[in-house]
Each structure stands twice: as C-alpha cells, then as structure tokens.
Design a binder for this molecule. Structure first.
Ligand SMILES: NC(=O)c1ccc[n+]([C@@H]2O[C@H](COP(=O)([O-])OP(=O)(O)OC[C@H]3O[C@@H](n4cnc5c(N)ncnc54)[C@H](OP(=O)(O)O)[C@@H]3O)[C@@H](O)[C@H]2O)c1
Length: 347
C-alpha cells in the first residue's frame, strides 16, 4: 500500500530505488566458510569474481542485483583486479558505486581483493611486476573502489624480468602502509611461489592466498603440485574460472547463445568449443543429471570436495546463475564410480 504522504511527495508514482538492506539471515542461508591456510581468515566456499559482467559495458542494475544476491547469501569475498571490465578499471568503478550505494555500512563484513600484474595503462610502467607499477596501480584501484584499503592485494602474475625481491618487497611495503591487510600471489609458477612464500614469511607478511586456475578442465595446479605447496606453506588456495568460463555449464550444449561470453568475444574463444570439448561437456552433463545437479553445480562440487581448496571464485552474468552455483553447497558427495566416470569424461 502506498502511503498518502508518499503520494504527496511522489505525485507521478515514479519508482524510487530503495536503500539496500542486506538479508538478516545472510550467515545462515547455507554458505559454509573455510579457514584460509594458517591464518585468522575464513572465506566463503563460494566467492564472487568481477572479471566480467561488472564493466561499463554492463548495466549497473544487473551488477548490483548480482552483488546484493551474493552478500545476501553469505558471500563475503569479492575479487577484483585493476583491469577488470571491460573497459579496464571499470569493474572497480562499478564496485566503487556499489560500495557507496550499498556496502559502505558493511565494509567490515567484506573481504575485498584487487591485483596488478597484467596490462593496465600505456607506456612503460603499467604492466608486469615493478614496484612502481604495483604501488601506483593500487592507489588508483583504491580511488576507483572508494576504499581506504583492500583486504588482500595480489601480484597478478609472475614477471620473469623483474627481480622477484622487487615485486615481493612492494607487497610487503603495501601491507606495512596499511593499503592492504594481506598479500597474495596469482599465477606464479611453483619454484617462484616457493621463493615468494619464504621471502614474505621472513618479513612477517604471511602469504594469505594463492589464486590459480583450477577446474575439471584445468588441472595444472594439481599436476604441478601448486595446490599441495600452498597447503604446506599455510597459504590458502582460491580457484579461479572454476566453470572454465562457462564451458562447464549447460550454456553451450545447444549452440552459442547470443548473450554468452563466447558470443561477446574476449577471453573465451569460439575455437575453445571444439567437437571434442563439446563431447566432454555432454558426458559430464549426463553424470551431473544422474546426480540430480546441473553441470555447473557438479563442477563446483567437485572442486569443493578437496579441503585444499579454500574457496572457488565464480563469475555470473545473472542472479539465476549465481543461485544455481550456490546450490553446489548442498550437493551430494561423490561415489567412487562417479569420480571415475568424471575422470573418463574429461579425458
Ligand atoms: N587471477 C587471475 O589471473 C584470474 C583470471 C581469471 C579469472 N579470475 C577471477 O576468477 C573469477 C571467475 O572467473 P570466470 O568468470 O572465468 O569464472 P567461471 O565461473 O569459470 O565462469 C563464469 C561464466 O560462466 C557462466 N556461468 C556461471 N554460472 C553459470 C551457471 N550456473 N549456468 C550457466 N552458465 C554459468 C557465465 O557465462 P556467461 O557470461 O556466458 O553467461 C559466467 O560469466 C573472475 O571474476 C576473477 O575474479 C582471476
């Protein structure tokens, strides 16, 4: 019912965007939380990544709906990087708007990350792993996101030409300056990661998280021992692209939808969807159906069965996708025959 006062002040009956008030039961809605290595931090088993779907090519309304849904369902961790968008920087700007409009009163309930390491701005100082790049990039990120500090700042990738000491000392100093509470590394090869863990530890900056690509279709971190190494070092592991950018879902079972990541162009190429890959997706989809799950749910379930995985970092282009992904938390455990069938389907 519209109150008479409202009608008086809103004579044209325009819709007013209400102030966000998060779900009171957000910590009792099925999310579970895992300890991040040897640290005081718990992370949600499913976290939200803003690589795609939060840029200035997307609508703020959709980005806001996804972010609200996430927080309302116990997702406390939002993952960003300087160049997420497109365009570069725009996902952080969108998040900055959400901070202002919705999340500012809840800042201390959120664990927010950003990174620098990939191509960001032209010239000599907007890429790779120099101290100059990392320091100035984080300053820019904080402004875009309307934040005083991030919870974790990552070196986004290993730089073979910059001395590791320079990149890592920048992380140490960023933490000392209070611009990030924790440091992390992403996409660092095993040997370099070993050096990083030691370097940081010796300076009393424990490496909180390793962020690596991990899914049924990308098993390198398992094969190369990166997962195990993080565990032994007391560092949490967070898996990115757990759905192989959408391949491990029902998205491409019947062609390439117009609004899909492949159709939009960008990092997931049409060429990735070979007949062989499609065959694997179909076989996995059948196993998922027999378990009473969507393929996306099963793919996440499969990652989360491993306690070495602290969190999986999903992307979503709609609230419905995120809703589906969160069902993975209630998925049945795997029988050994199912695990074998999954391995066979992935070959
Ligand atoms: N450190 C790094 O180098 C690095 C690299 C990549 C990503 N990341 C992080 O990891 C996050 C996740 O990466 P990602 O976006 O590639 O993750 P992903 O979860 O593997 O893929 C997300 C995409 O899958 C589709 N999807 C998601 N849920 C679905 C569902 N239930 N049913 C059908 N389709 C579904 C959507 O595609 P459509 O858009 O087609 O709908 C969505 O955009 C990023 O946002 C970022 O934070 C980090």
């Amino acid at each position: 019912m519209t109150s008479p006062l409202y009608q008086l002040t809103n004579p044209f009956n325009v819709m007013i965007n209400p102030i966000y008030s998060p779900a009171p039961n957000r910590y009792d809605s099925g999310m579970n939380y895992r300890r991040c290595g040897r640290s005081g931090i718990l992370l949600p088993a499913i976290s939200l990544g803003l690589w795609h779907n939060f840029g200035d090519v997307n609508t703020l309304a959709n980005a806001q709906a996804i972010a609200h849904y996430a927080f309302d369902h116990g997702i406390t961790h939002f993952d960003l990087a300087n160049n997420y968008g497109p365009s570069y920087g725009s996902a952080e700007e969108t998040f900055g708007q959400l901070m202002k409009k919705s999340f500012l009163p809840y800042r201390d309930e959120l664990f927010i990350s950003t990174k620098a390491g990939y191509d960001m701005w032209p010239g000599l100082y907007g890429n790779w792993g120099s101290r100059k790049y990392l320091m100035s990039s984080l300053d820019q990120s904080l402004k875009r996101m309307n934040l005083e500090y991030v919870d974790i700042f990552y070196s986004h990738r290993f730089d073979p030409l910059t001395p590791m000491e320079e990149t890592l000392q920048a992380l140490v100093d960023i933490v000392r300056q209070g611009k990030a509470l924790y440091a992390g590394i992403s996409n660092w090869p095993r040997e370099a990661a070993d050096f990083a863990y030691r370097y940081l530890e010796e300076r009393d900056v424990h490496c909180l998280l390793y962020q690596g690509r991990y899914s049924l279709f990308s098993r390198e971190v398992e094969r190369e021992g990166i997962l195990q190494q993080a565990h032994e070092r007391g560092t949490g592991f967070i898996a990115f692209s757990p759905l192989a950018q959408g391949l491990l879902t029902d998205r491409y079972l019947n062609g390439i939808p117009q609004d899909s990541r492949i159709a939009r162009g960008g990092h997931l190429k049409k060429e990735s969807l070979t007949d062989e890959v499609l065959q694997r997706i179909r076989a996995l989809n059948q196993i998922a159906a027999a378990r009473g799950q969507s393929l996306a749910e099963m793919a996440l379930n499969w990652l989360l069965k491993d306690r070495l995985v602290t969190s999986v970092l999903v992307g979503a282009s709609s609230v419905a996708q995120l809703e589906d992904n969160l069902k993975a938390l209630q998925g049945p455990s795997f029988a050994s025959e199912e695990l074998e069938a999954i391995e066979t389907a992935c070959q």
